[in-house]
Design a binder for this molecule. Structure first.
Ligand SMILES: C=CC1=C(C)c2cc3[nH]c(cc4nc(cc5[nH]c(cc1n2)c(C)c5CCC(=O)O)C(CCC(=O)O)=C4C)c(C)c3C=C
Ligand SMILES: [Fe+2]
Length: 435
């Protein structure tokens, strides 16, 4: 990360004579929070040259930077990066204004970090803590995207948002296979998904957001991920999950504009206009019973998914991208792709043509101290237009019938409404919710 630049604020809320506008109140509070307002109205940050040295040179080139501002949030249709740092937050302050200050501060910080810049000075005052924690100083932006969502619990009485809750943000029902869900790894008022090609750059976001949120919100649970298990662009080769299978072959890809329109981005059909251009994120922490999987015969592993392990081809094909033939039968009349195979049950042919955009990562959190077995698996992330028509029916089918169930346990679950993108400096996620 190199020297910080200033972000210019662009909007101003009209105020009664003699009173501070909401914008001014929020701007001042952001200054007090430690992110220095520049020019009276900005959310930008300035960095003094360190006494005995000079700031680290900018490390980012244009190809490392994914634009933060835009109609949709980055980190959804953006080609999946290699690393994930994810956190769910609970808002602890009862003040709607404090909550907006936090979101405004986060947005200003996000604009900096996604350019490979610190959120504030690392080294300008020996008598106070540095504003940026510093671990990403000198690193490039590494393709960083920061994606923020709102959980169902945010739309209660606290901030007057009950009437703004979209119908699609209904709490997920109890689904088959939910018996191992842990409340401490589930839910949350907010989520932050930070993806980058450098683990330090991704973690830096969660750490600094938690710091900037102090007094307003706290982390409820978090998850680190590695080895993206879903390619989300035709330009990417398909990676493998921890079961050794290529994962993401038939995913929605960034180049498929029709699929994004039909299955991912919320359109004019929404009951809440503030969600137009947004999406819904389902997060599931799915532990794999790896030791048990590793004793399973190859042919059985392939029948679990309905694909060959090495090539990733469907059992009815030769190459990875061959279309599965669900009608194909062996000479004895049994289906080549078993009736309970994962791809048969999860695919659009079985689910009323519904698709989801998967953006999951492998995780490992050491061992389960009760058993000594690895606690590792898939942190499943999926974006969609309406979970009631996409994730819920698909997971209901999988939870009842999937051959994979013998080898997995869902241990965490959360749902978030991911609003459209932040338009420019001075905007933040869901700002119109409070208009
Ligand atoms: C509710 C949705 C899904 C959950 C939960 C889920 C868990 C899960 N999946 C794998 C591995 C693979 N999944 C594959 C395909 C696939 N999975 C889902 C949905 C869920 N998966 C869909 C919609 C699809 C696409 C189906 C199709 O159209 O054919 C594959 C095959 C390769 C691919 O197309 O991506 C693998 C492998 C694991 C390990 C897992 C839980 C741990
Ligand atoms: Fe799957």
């Amino acid at each position: 990360m190199g020297q910080a630049v200033d972000d210019e604020a662009t909007t101003e809320t009209a105020a009664e004579p003699g009173t501070a506008s909401r914008r001014q109140v929020i701007g001042r509070a952001i200054g007090a929070a430690g992110v220095v307002a520049v020019g009276g109205v900005g959310y930008g940050v300035a960095r003094a040259t360190e006494p005995g040295g000079s700031p680290s040179p900018p490390a980012s080139s244009a190809s490392d930077i994914v634009p933060f501002y835009g109609a949709n949030q980055a980190g959804i249709a953006t080609p999946a990066q290699d690393r994930l740092a994810f956190a769910a937050f609970d808002v602890t302050s009862g003040s709607a204004q404090a909550f907006q200050v936090m979101l405004g501060t986060w947005a200003a910080a996000a604009a900096q970090m996604t350019k490979g810049l610190p959120v504030g000075a690392v080294d300008n005052n020996p008598q106070s803590p540095p504003i940026d924690t510093g671990e990403a100083d000198g690193l490039s932006a590494a393709g960083l995207t920061i994606t923020v969502g709102f959980g169902p619990s945010l739309f209660d009485h606290r901030f007057g948002l009950a009437g703004k809750r979209p119908a699609a943000l209904a709490d997920l029902p109890t689904l088959p296979g939910d018996g191992s869900l842990q409340p401490a790894r589930s839910g949350g008022d907010l989520c932050v998904q930070a993806c980058a090609d450098d683990p330090t750059v991704a973690f830096h976001v969660i750490r600094n957001f938690a710091r900037l949120a102090r007094g307003t919100a706290v982390i409820r649970w978090s998850q680190l991920g590695f080895g993206r298990t879903s390619s989300t662009s035709d330009s990417q080769q398909t990676e493998r999950n921890l079961m050794g299978f290529k994962d993401g072959t038939r995913n929605i890809k960034a180049e498929a504009a029709d699929d994004l329109r039909d299955h991912v981005w919320v359109g004019s059909e929404t009951d809440q206009a503030w969600m137009t251009g947004g999406s819904y994120l389902v997060a599931r922490r799915i532990r794999m019973l790896i030791e048990s999987w590793d004793t399973d015969y190859l042919s059985d592993q392939e029948n679990v998914f309905g694909r060959f392990k090495t090539s990733g081809a469907p059992l009815t094909g030769k190459s990875e991208f061959d279309t599965p033939d669900l009608a194909a039968k062996h000479t004895d009349g049994t289906p080549v792709i078993p009736l309970n195979a994962h791809i048969r049950l999860a695919g659009p042919e079985t689910n009323n043509n519904q698709k989801i955009l998967r953006r999951g990562y492998s995780y490992t959190d050491g061992i389960d101290s009760a058993t000594g077995l690895l606690d590792a698996g898939l942190f499943f992330l999926a974006y969609q237009k309406d979970p009631r028509r996409q994730f819920v029916p698909i997971q209901t089918r999988l939870g009842h019938q999937d051959n994979l169930n013998e080898y997995i346990r869902h241990t965490g679950s959360a749902l978030f409404a991911v609003p459209p993108g932040v338009s420019a400096a001075g905007d933040w996620w869901g700002k119109s919710l409070f208009a």
